[in-house]
Design a protein around this ligand. Structure first.
Ligand code: PRX
Length: 642
């Protein structure tokens, strides 16, 4: 069975696309008719990019969980909503039908309410990939609280910063999380994050690894105890809070070119519509299909395409706790075989890393259930694309290369599986409602085909970022001020002779390491926290598996200090430790080169362009270095390249 708003052929794509650009309000209001509203809207779209102010479905009232759960109960109550595969393949998987998931979300909504959580309150969620994470997210949405999920790889310091920025009063976490061979003590990280915090009132802790945890009276509560209280009262329903279309649904922190992550805010109605619409159309989801998105719910991909998009479409979504390489590099293929997965959505990094294990781990697994493959998060190189196509899709599954961002909420540029053509390493065409343009350095539109430029979007789609939490000005400066009246993505792109887009990578100081966004300034700040570091400069360089690696040039205090503090290798480890403490292990530099100076202009600005070239292995064409304060430093850096 398909959906009333499903695009079923290429002519329809072109027709719908044209309609959506000519009259976005008409286009999206027709689609909105297929959702459950408590009250309909009076104005479909009201916007200007100069403030920015973006309002979709003004006047409407809804709760996204009624769309993700309640409306499916009658027809799909017994259909699996969530399939959960544990880290350890010997542990039993869990299947939550729509009814079961509904009940669990309602129960946990009571728990939140019993503990004082109200509409608009911020709840930080720091958990491993277990069903309780999905339940906690949905329960927040049901009571109208704003969830802020923090990826389990971030450090206590990062959590503390995010808690403070969001002024969060509640936390939901677990004792620990399993990831491959590791057992990560999440609650203990939360305890560290809470030292000196006077805002958080309650921490709800679910058990997973049953690692010892400290439980503080009056603040920390066991999830299981709280649920028991609700069960004793026999409560299995919870009336969904009435939300305005534009009420914030969640905050998700992401890195930018400044040192401090931004709290990207998405609102209820537009986000719901766009994630559902793109899920159904990009992956060409058919009722009964099993959708496996391998992302973590701590990132936007997990929010939009493990949870909200699929559930709102009444789909079956598969959530995996572990990692692709444990207990062996056949884990994804094993899961696909075990559950007869139809759609696989993963990151190029994962594909490249699995390619490295050869075909052995793929053999012996039946992958014939696969119909559609997807990639997300970073450019996919042609070699990885062909490997995915040939060895996983057996040349019969369209590959959708989906380009989007935390700020866009859902997929903006992608082929539609089997409907519009694919082209290796090209995201191809925009989704209906999305109006991309390329501009030059001066903001002038670059027209025609076979051109390149900075990628901007001309008008709002329903899940456009609404604000950066607590600082609207920052949202404006970051996304809407570089080029007047345009949303600037921070990406460069080219448009080929067919009008297909290829994303060439970030044009700002943001790195994409294994599909994770990391700001160079953030890493520099962390490195500079090391007591002996005088200054540092961080750039990206091409990395075979991660896409980009992190290269740090570091001025370490006094050359003799290296001897006092151990070998260079030991000092590198100290710096790693410092970065892990401040941000998390994901931001550890792959290479650290000690230098005596950095290439700076006379006004003191670091010339990153030069460092980037050196890190990329370029030694000759470094461009004009005559404006440098001390051109000699370049030679030294070149000679010391790692
Ligand atoms: O540079 C683009 C890259 O990832 C950035 C967005 O990162 P994040 O907000 O973490 O969201 C990742 C998941 C949506 C973009 O600015 N990117 C994302 N998808 C692609 C991509 N680059 C090339 N091709 C893609 N398909």
């Amino acid at each position: 069975m398909s959906y009333p708003y499903q695009i079923t052929n290429i002519e329809q794509y072109h027709r719908d696309y044209k309609r959506s650009i000519e009259d976005p309000a008409e286009f999206w209001s027709t689609i909105a008719e297929h959702f459950t509203w408590k009250k309909k809207w009076h104005t479909t779209l009201n916007w200007n990019f100069s403030e920015p102010k973006i309002e979709w479905f003004k006047g409407a009232k809804l709760n996204i969980t009624e769309n993700c759960l309640d409306r499916h109960l009658e027809k799909f109550g017994d259909t699996p909503a969530l399939i959960w595969e544990p880290n350890d393949p010997d542990e039993h998987h869990r299947i939550l039908t729509y009814r079961k998931l509904y009940e669990k979300v309602c129960q946990f909504s009571h728990v939140l309410k019993n503990n004082g959580v109200k509409k608009g309150d911020r709840v930080c969620i720091y958990m491993g990939m277990i069903p309780e994470l999905a339940i906690a997210v949905l329960a927040c949405a049901r009571v109208g609280a704003i969830h802020s999920v923090v990826f389990g790889g971030f450090s206590a310091q990062s959590i503390a910063d995010r808690l403070y920025d969001a002024q969060a009063e509640y936390i939901v976490t677990c004792d620990g999380a399993y990831r491959g061979q590791k057992d990560i003590p999440l609650k203990s990280v939360i305890d560290d994050a809470l030292i000196g915090n006077r805002i958080v009132k309650k921490v709800i802790v679910t058990t997973r690894t049953r690692t010892p945890v400290s439980m503080i009276k009056g603040r920390d509560l066991w999830w299981e105890d709280e649920i028991k209280k609700v069960e004793t009262l026999g409560l299995t329903d919870f009336p969904a809070e009435e939300m305005d279309a534009e009420d914030p649904l969640f905050i998700l922190y992401t890195s930018g070119s400044t040192g401090k992550p931004k709290g990207v805010v998405h609102s209820c109605a537009g986000y719901m519509l766009f994630t559902t619409y793109t899920f159904v159309n990009v992956f060409q989801y058919q009722q009964g299909d099993i959708h496996f998105c391998t992302a973590d719910i701590g990132w936007i991909t997990g929010h939009s395409y493990i949870l909200y998009g699929p559930l709102s479409a009444g789909a079956t979504t598969l959530m995996f706790e572990g990692v692709p390489t444990w207990p062996d590099a056949g884990r994804f293929w094993n899961i696909i075989d075990k559950f007869k997965v139809n759609i696989l959505y993963t990151a190029p990094t994962a594909i490249r890393s699995l390619m490295g294990f050869g075909l052995g781990p793929v053999h012996g697994h039946d992958l014939s259930s696969l119909k559609v493959l997807g990639t997300v998060g970073e450019p996919i190189n042609e070699e990885a694309w062909h490997w995915y196509d040939e060895h996983i899709g057996k040349k019969k599954c369209p590959i959708v290369d989906t380009w989007w961002q935390t700020e866009t909420g859902g997929i903006l540029i992608s082929n539609l599986a089997g409907i519009t053509p694919s082209k290796p390493s090209f995201a191809t065409l925009p989704l209906p409602g999305v109006h991309p343009i390329l501009v030059d350095e001066n903001g002038k539109e670059v027209e025609g085909n076979n051109v390149s430029g900075n990628l901007c979007i001309k008008s709002p789609w329903p899940s456009t970022i609404r604000t950066t939490y607590g600082d609207h000005e920052r949202c404006k400066t970051n996304y809407f001020a570089t080029y007047p009246n345009l949303y600037f993505t921070g990406d460069g792109a080219l448009r080929d002779e067919n009008g297909f887009y290829r994303i060439t990578g970030r044009v700002d100081d943001v790195l994409n390491v294994s599909g994770h966004r990391i700001g160079t300034a953030e890493v520099e700040n962390a490195i500079n926290m090391h007591a002996n570091v005088v200054e540092s400069a961080v750039v990206g360089y091409p990395h075979d598996i991660k896409g980009q690696g992190i290269y740090a040039f570091v001025i370490y205090q006094g050359s003799h200090a290296q001897n006092t503090h151990g070998t260079a290798e030991m000092i590198r480890k100290d710096i790693h430790q410092t970065v892990s403490r401040i941000i998390g292990a994901i931001a550890k530099p792959d290479k650290i080169q000690f230098v005596s100076g950095l290439p700076k202009t006379r006004s003191g600005k670091i010339m990153r362009r030069i460092l980037r070239k050196i890190a990329e292995g370029e030694t000759e064409n470094l461009g004009d270095i005559s404006t440098l304060l001390d051109p000699g430093v370049v030679e030294e850096i070149k000679n010391g390249k790692l």
